[in-house]
Design a protein. Structure first.
Length: 106
């Protein structure tokens, strides 16, 4: 059975899809209206090269934060599964020793 709590590495592309589409919309809307909601995407002030550089830097930052969060999630899920296995192994051993002491065989 697959543990549903584990986030897959490929999920990060889904997380980055919305900001990318929003960036395209912001650039399109700004080109038509002249209004850019954020100073780091203001093409009229910075130029397209600077805006694209800023966008790549922000994308890399989002990517690194996303990878860190996925790693933390996987580490927590891994520790949780180890605790579950350890508890179940202890219970199995207790039952075995209890039955063994009572003279029953498995």
């Amino acid at each position: 059975m697959i543990d549903q709590r584990i986030i897959h590495w490929r999920s990060i592309f889904n997380w980055l899809l919305y900001p990318f589409v929003y960036l395209l919309y912001t650039l399109w809307h700004g080109a038509l209206s002249g209004f850019y909601p954020y100073p780091f995407v203001d093409v009229s002030e910075l130029g397209m090269n600077s805006v694209l550089t800023n966008s790549v830097i922000i994308t890399v930052a989002f990517l690194l934060i996303g990878l860190l969060l996925i790693r933390i999630n996987r580490r927590i899920a891994q520790k949780g599964s180890k605790c579950t296995r350890t508890k179940s192994n202890r219970n199995i051993l207790r039952i075995y020793f209890y039955l063994h002491q009572e003279g029953a065989s498995l």
